[in-house]
Design a protein around this ligand. Sequence first.
Ligand SMILES: [Zn+2]
Length: 126
Amino acid sequence: MNMITESKAPLLRTLTRGFRRRCPRCGAGRLYRAYLKPVDSCQSCSEQLGHIRADDIPAYFTIAVVGHIVVPSAVIVEQNYHPPEWLHLSMWIPLVLILTLSLLPSIKGTLVSLLWHLSLTGDEKQ
Ligand SMILES: [Zn+2]
């Protein structure tokens, strides 16, 4: 049920839909059927999404985002409060895990939406 003549939404709206873990085309259907497993096609508009591969880029972006939050925070806490190492570890390791696991699906959704918007879905090889 792909509408070939239908134009795509503006890039920012498409990326926002992906960040919200929604279909980049309609914004209504879910992007994932499991934690990071994309649906084969959108339940709302039938857009084919399962073949879009972001590979390792979402992980790299997530590492960069989490690193830019946690590392400066740890430095600021160390400079101002000098907590013992066990307190550092008990604060930053859970924060890294929580931020990584919560941001990864949204960052992957954003990048999958970008690939979809740019029509870099893996179909261009044929
Ligand atoms: Zn859709």
